[in-house]
Design a protein around this ligand. Sequence first.
Ligand SMILES: [Zn+2]
Length: 548
Amino acid sequence: MRFDLVLDNADILTMDPSRPRAGSVGIIGGQIAAVGERGELSGYEAATTLDLDGRFVTPGFNDAHNHMQAYGASLNEVAIDPTSVSSVEEIVAAVADAAASAPDGTWVIGAGYDHNKLAEGRHPNRHELDRVSPDNPVVLNHTSGHFATVNTSAMRLARVSEVEVPTGGVVDMGKDGTPSGLLEEQAQQLVRGLLHPRAIADMVLNLGAASDQYLREGVTSCQEAGVGGILGTAEPLELAAYQQAHRTGRLRVRVTLMASVDALHGGDHHEDDDEPFALDLGLHTGFGDDWLRFGPTKIFADGSLMGRTAAMFDDYEGEPGNNGYFQMPEDRLHGLILAAHRSGWQVATHAIGDRAVSSVLDAYAEALRQYPREDHRHRIEHCGMCRADDVARMAAMGVIPVPQARFISEIGDGMLDAIGPTRAGDCYRERSFLDAGITVPASSDRPVVNGAPLLGIHDLVNQKTMTDRPFNPDEALTVEEAVYAYTMGSARASFDETRKGSLEAGKLADLVVLDRDLTAVDPDGIAETGVLATMVGGRFEYDGIGLG
Ligand SMILES: [Zn+2]
């Protein structure tokens, strides 16, 4: 045996139960060929041997639910969220900086401002933006998704004063009787139509920028929650962008794509075969390779907890009569799930409210009754509120919940306020899923929150919101369980457990070198852990310490 590379003198948390800790790995052709104690592989020939000086190593992190292309796009946007700015004045200054370096005529886009948290307690207006960006169109998206503020240049491009305002939208008028620049609800479509669909070349750049950041954070695989649809962040030709990014070397982490259910359709078939419900050519879950492949189809059942639109059994706290709603009639939702299941898809349904989670489980149960299938691994994306009897149903059926770790601190306060104290124990469960024998992956839903896995692991262990309020302490995980979720759990959620998720012979050489032993740090300090280097397929794609 001759290794391409041996990493020796390391402190490796393998996630392989038969050998939880190890000291060296031998790599051949981008895959792990052997795992041993420190020095155990030194008797073999190796093209290169690196002494890791006792550093701590885990398998590469796998984000089971993210929006990579949209995240890459957000890296080019002006930071105007409450952690970056505290006044309209500061927003205008940030836009001025961005406009000064933006090529003529290109858009200046900012996202995440909250007028309630600005010193002036109001939205910016177009005149303020015109002063610093007379020629570049500007759009600033509100954190709620309900408002956008534009400048005059953007208003002209969108022909705001000429075209009819879409129903359900308002173009706000200023004191001077002309538009203030604030577009409410559906009126935002006037501008969105100019920015989407995105060009493939731009999406390739976004994927490259996202890849670089993911590698710095130890992410070696991620699962893209919906390409090719009409909802959320989906772009119609996103698959082409992923393929081009892969071909040109800009896609530097492994990606499993979920196909939006909007992109599936029936078609011609032999009479012996079921009516297909697929992408063209009958493509479905599993197609592709270790770098880029198709995972589940993605379906939306309901909305969000913080926005109080997710479908709940009981009313939101302090809002009698509001228990959220489904994104489509339940019989249509169940029909889509049945058709996708019957055609061989792994189904990933976005469900956050307890009523939506329950309804999706009903649909999975019915689909499995009509068309039994072993090892389907149907998923519930987010699975925000889950009653105890539904935890048991998920375990019995083999359904995988896909919760978001970093939601706990970044939007935990808003979620707790929306549900009130009596049902907080049902919110973003982790431990009860594990105790029931359910596979638990970890994810971020990035760009919704910061997706750095070590921040997610910190939250899974500490269970505290941004204001230091306990979130759901009974559901806390140990560090080992949280790392397991971000590695093996996520791998199982995409049928990749024979290739990813642990450091053992036969698996891909995807790993991360950290600056401390996660299992030995004070839980409060997990978030301060640094990523020193990230390896994908046997090569250090990020190397912060000169390993070579
Ligand atoms: Zn998402």
